[in-house]
Design a protein around this ligand. Structure first.
Ligand SMILES: [Fe+2]
Ligand SMILES: [Fe+2]
Length: 142
């Protein structure tokens, strides 16, 4: 199944949302390539791109967390580490498994992504937006 880019995935931070949207595009490309029976080299190329893009995205979130003083940064970073291990294992399987198993791997990656975005990332963006609200200057008449 392709991931549908919808409101549940839009968290309300322009940079994070854009990076998530790009990740959804790569995950969907991977899914389509597998579904259409693209050759293994092509599939592995997309898998490689996904690994790279997730690494960059995780780094950019951690940067934002540090810059904003997010108290959940360490826990979030631990979750990213665990997620990278899971993704690494899934991408590794893509290079080796029989064709019939590959769509299951792609479905795993979809769930893996959507769950993190709608839980841990959503919590971070709520913090970012709450902090931004508190830092807004009072109107001049105050
Ligand atoms: Fe994220
Ligand atoms: Fe994250």
């Amino acid at each position: 199944m392709l991931i549908d880019w919808n409101d549940t995935l839009v968290l309300g931070d322009a940079r994070i949302d854009e990076e998530h949207r790009e990740l959804v595009m790569v995950i969907n490309r991977l899914f389509r390539a597998l579904e259409q029976g693209a050759d293994r080299d092509e599939v592995c190329d997309v898998a490689f791109t996904l690994g790279e893009q997730v690494t960059q995205h995780f780094n950019s979130e951690i940067e934002l967390m540090e810059a904003s003083g997010y108290p959940g940064a360490a826990a979030h970073q631990r979750e990213h580490k665990r997620l990278m291990e899971e993704l690494g294992a899934a991408l590794h399987r893509i290079g080796r498994e029989a064709d019939g198993e590959l769509l299951k791997v792609a479905s795993f990656i979809e769930g893996w992504f959507v769950i993190h975005v709608t839980t841990a990332d959503a919590q971070f963006v709520r913090f970012l937006n709450d902090t931004a609200l508190q830092e807004e200057p009072l109107p001049a008449s105050w």
